[in-house]
Write a protein that binds this ligand. Structure first.
Ligand code: F6R
Length: 607
């Protein structure tokens, strides 16, 4: 998730306006920053890696001529956060500059084609294909707008872009596909931005672009057209009533809720990861003699779920280990034949890094899954995959968890393919469902949010919760427990449901809420027995079920329904959603701030 901004003003210098707007977008990424302006037929660019303030101190971002320009604050996806990879990116002649938020899936093919045509690339980014494609189209005597349109027809993936050219210095051309883009209409200037806070101090008049739309903005107006059929789009100006703080959260009261709602898009991003890294990692995993999945907190729960995924479809044993226990538990067993797949959203968790460093010194192979390019984990991993969730600001991990699950499921599928263990039809079915997951999660949020609010009111004063699931759902239960505990401060217990009768059941008394995670998988029959056990002792049953599971519905005091059936290995991605919402709304009911739970930090860099 990066932030882009464009400004075309009547009588003002664009650079200081862009600089200030990028500061307001910094929450979207802070690996590098860059601005391009046009003055007297020439493009000026300043860009570097680092936070905006640091780069500004070095380069003085305000001191650039011209009343039109574009800017970018980067959350690295393709290519490490170096100066060359910072946006804006340009064509061969430096006549076109582009900023981009999103992922171009087919950039490798496009880059090869463009290199064959003689184009010279300066960065490792997916974005750089765009200015070169535009350049290629302009060579064919197309104007800037038409060239951008043709370029966008060639790319696959997600984008919000803003483009300027010294050959047509009277306009900014911007476009959107999946990544957000909003026009801000001022008295003497027009802006385009990834998000409203960027221009809110300048104007509260906005127009939201939809997918596959291009906007041409000029100091005195704008025009929106559909990329596909070039039809003109008439859209009313909206007046934004948000305060700056509300705008940063896109109108959501907390980052956690915003991030819960971002999950469909984050999951779509995970389906666009580059095959070569996933395949490489799958090859390492397939060849490994023993595998440890090492992580902390929520990331550990993703590993726990992954151990079921690898076993179920790839017939591969991968042992999940809590990072802070790894050296004690497995240390002496680690050697040159060990493979460690470390999972860490931040890539900076001290416990995880210590475990990884220990294993590295014992010659183990280190693989990493993280959300942060350039993090320590990426630097010490032999191969790493970046999950592309964008920055997560709420302390409680939500969108990064489901994205981790999606990437780990894709890895399991690839290993299964290499090993040829799973039949063609089953594989196709799982792959099909994998593509449907973002939509299923979107519907799950929509269909369960009101219910979560209602159930939260009912449960907010409960003193203790149980979370139970069988098989892969025991990982979902652990994660649901962590979400509830960390933001509501209500003690909670999570167990594999089969284990509950070996002790924890003695805690059950009438009215105690027990949350059951019940996908329709092989564990479905047995979990009904576990529900009965708890119900017989007066527990209040809250279940997460697949839509239409009437039997469990009848046994439940409250239930959340997941629309659509899912293969077992994918079920945690959807089944955790109502429980994230429930934890969130209980915290809100209790008057707590879910974004900043006491005693916790987003990235735990101490042991
Ligand atoms: C819980 C949470 C933490 C982190 C843990 C590991 O909501 O966010 O439990 O999952 O601190 O962090 P990363 O994944 O950055 O290593």
């Amino acid at each position: 998730m990066c932030g882009i901004f464009g400004c075309i003003a009547r009588n003002a210098k664009a650079a200081p306006i862009i600089h200030a707007a990028l500061k307001r977008l910094e929450y979207r990424g802070y690996d590098s920053v860059g601005i391009a302006t046009i003055h007297k037929g020439k493009i000026y660019i300043k860009k570097d890696s680092g936070k905006i303030d640091d780069v500004h101190k070095l380069l003085n971002l305000d001191d650039m001529p011209g009343s039109l320009g574009i800017g970018h604050t980067r959350w690295a996806t393709h290519g490490a956060p170096y100066q060359a990879n910072a946006h804006p990116h340009t064509d061969c002649k430096g006549e076109i500059a582009v900023v981009h938020n999103g992922i171009i899936e087919n950039f490798s093919e496009l880059r090869n084609e463009l290199e064959d045509l003689g184009h010279k690339f300066k960065s490792k980014t997916d974005t750089e294909v765009i200015p070169h494609l535009i350049e290629e189209n302009m060579k064919k005597s197309l104007g800037l707008v038409e060239s951008v349109r043709e370029a966008l027809k060639a790319v696959r993936g997600s984008y919000a872009i803003a483009v300027i050219s010294s050959r047509e210095p009277d306009k900014i051309v911007c476009a959107r596909m999946e990544s957000p883009l909003i026009l801000g209409i001022g008295e003497n200037a027009v802006y385009c931005a990834s998000d409203v806070p960027a221009f809110l101090p300048l104007t509260n008049k906005a127009v939201v672009l939809e997918n596959e739309e291009i906007a041409i903005i000029r100091p005195d107006g704008y025009e929106i057209r559909r990329i596909t059929d070039w039809s003109l789009v008439e859209r009313k100006l909206e007046t934004i009533e948000w305060t700056a703080e509300m705008a940063e959260k896109q109108g959501y009261p907390h980052f956690m809720l915003k991030e819960i709602h971002e999950q469909p898009q984050c999951l779509r991003n995970t389906l666009r990861l580059q095959d070569k890294y996933l395949d490489l990692m799958a090859t390492f995993l397939d060849r490994a003699q023993e595998i440890f999945l090492v992580a902390a907190g929520t990331s550990y729960h993703a590993c726990l779920a992954a151990s079921y995924m690898f076993s179920k479809i790839a017939y591969l044993a991968a042992h999940p280990v809590i990072a802070s226990e790894f050296i004690e538990q497995e240390g002496m067993a680690v050697n040159i034949n060990s493979t460690i797949l470390a999972v860490s959203q931040s890539g900076e968790t001290a416990d995880t890094l210590e475990a990884v460093e220990y294993a590295r010194l014992r010659a183990a192979t280190i693989l990493g899954l993280t959300n942060v390019v350039g993090s320590t984990l990426t630097r010490i991993s032999r191969v790493y995959v970046v999950q592309q969730s964008g920055p997560e600001i709420g302390v409680a991990a939500t969108k990064t968890f489901t994205s981790q699950l999606s990437v780990l499921a894709q890895l399991a599928l690839r290993v299964a393919k290499i090993r040829g263990k799973v039949g063609h039809r089953q594989m196709e079915e799982i792959e099909k469902k994998m593509m449907e997951i973002p939509d299923i999660v979107e519907r799950t949020i929509k269909e369960n949010e009101e219910k979560a609010k209602k159930v939260a009111k009912k449960l907010k004063d409960k003193k203790i919760f149980f979370f139970l699931g069988r098989g892969i759902s025991s990982a979902t239960a652990m994660e649901a427990r962590l979400k509830l505990m960390e933001i509501t401060y209500i003690p909670a217990i999570a167990y594999p449901a089969g284990e509950s009768k070996h002790g924890p059941i003695s805690l059950i008394e009438p009215g105690l809420p027990v949350v059951f995670i019940c996908p329709r998988d092989e564990t479905r029959k047995t979990i009904v027995g576990n529900i009965m056990e708890m119900k017989a002792r007066g527990a209040m049953i809250i279940s997460v079920i697949e839509k239409g599971d009437e039997e469990i519905k009848k046994l439940s005091d409250e239930y959340f329904e997941i629309p659509g059936s899912l293969p077992e290995i994918l079920s945690p991605i959807a089944f955790i959603i109502p429980l994230q919402l429930l934890a969130y709304y209980i915290a809100v009911e209790k008057g707590l701030d879910p974004d900043k739970p006491r005693n916790l930090a987003k990235s735990v860099t101490v042991k």
